[in-house]
Design a protein around this ligand. Sequence first.
Ligand SMILES: O=C(O)CCC(=O)C(=O)O
Ligand SMILES: [Fe+2]
Length: 209
Amino acid sequence: MSTAPALRAFEQPAPHRVIRNFLGSDLIGQLLAHAEANRDTFRPTGVGDRKINPEMRVSRVLRDFGSLRDALEARFLSVMDPTVADLRLSSFDLGRLEIELVAHGDGAFYRRHIDTRTGPSDKTTDRALTGVHYFHAEPKSYSGGELRLHSILPPEQGGQFLDITPEQDMLLLFPSWAPHEVRPVACPSGAFRDQRFAINCWYRSRRTS
Ligand SMILES: O=C(O)CCC(=O)C(=O)O
Ligand SMILES: [Fe+2]
């Protein structure tokens, strides 16, 4: 099928940016310890207003970062403006950061979605920019779990995708409207500490009307 030139951008995966060595090994160590100490507090993740839907999403989430929250928020905030410029996104007025820690164990996944539609409803802000920061215990003991970044157009209409493999201490940023998915994870040991950990950070834009 031939696509009108104006639609070609919709065949490409959305713009994205990768920042390596984002938090440093000290903070990674503290995050792993925090995750392990709170392993029983992780809850099944939901979609939309936290509705659990195991056809769509399987993983567990912790929203309490304890004493690590301030350092994490400062770090995520520091890359917002350069990322908006780098990805040529429309600038927005930050309402708040939404952060959570997600553990994907053996068989976990998240099917294709856009983050502007899957978050909790909030009358004053909307998710504008998504950051996903990956970390894991060494040696890395899971495989799969690639972040698949899709184009706006589906594959039947010429849409393409790109798989990004999570690396230790890597931050991936993309616009929250970009369709994406988490490919299934294999974590054969079954140990909690071997799971695929990711901090989701949504930069929420204040609504103007
Ligand atoms: O863990 C990831 O790579 C992305 C997770 C995600 O898409 C989400 O929680 O909305
Ligand atoms: Fe997402």
